[in-house]
Design a protein. Sequence first.
Length: 278
Amino acid sequence: MSEPSAISLADVAGTLVLIGAGKMGGALAQGWLRLGLAPSRLAVVEPHPSQEIAGLAARGLRLNPALGQVRDAAALVIAVKPQNAAEIMPLLAAVGGAPLVLSIMAGRTLAFLAQGLGPQAPIVRAMPNTPAAIGRGITVAVANRHVAAAQRELAHRLLVACGAVEWVEDEALLDAVTAVSGSGPAYVFLLAEALAKAGTAAGLPADLAARLARATVAGSGELLERSGIEAGVLRQNVTSPGGTTAAALEVLMSGEGLEPLMLDAVAAATRRSRELAG
């Protein structure tokens, strides 16, 4: 996986056209600028721009241009909500040339995108997650057969601005990706929420329990990331036989504990992702 620090967008030829600059689209735009993209190389279509995006217009960013006037697009990045896809797809045909299309719309397949963009359109579909907002996300991407090697590399550089990037060849895997990493931050936040409530139930002041849970989840995640040690080994390293951690894990690892619940949760999210994709 490429690290953002090893990537530069200063040499991008042409304009990047971002359709939708909400939380995820805005995070991408900010990441591109951090990697050296000149604001004048970015055109953003967003009816309700944030103050940060609107402020960039003074530095050369093109805000809400007529897409027919963008004749040098290197890539179209679609970052709108999937339920808005039908209304924005016809607008994209106004962009001249045959730019790379990079979509981060959940559930909208390569086939769906090709119906609106044309059967020869080079399309990459990607699934990021919310830690992208702080540059710590992970994205999984898949390309159709019309994406040239240079376009795939451009897509990689655009996505790595918000964190790590993985590529798969089978688009069907994106349903499970959505269930694991796309929805996964919510599972971690629920863990922190439940841990804080359990601490309060055990007698801690609620504000202290919340701080302990937040710091424990954040610090443990950072240790898992930095150490490179498998999660199971780290778990064993902090578990003394007959100790307090072992007592808790006996409950969490029982037949009705965390693992079967997580299996059911991810399976449910995978099924729902397939349903939404049609």
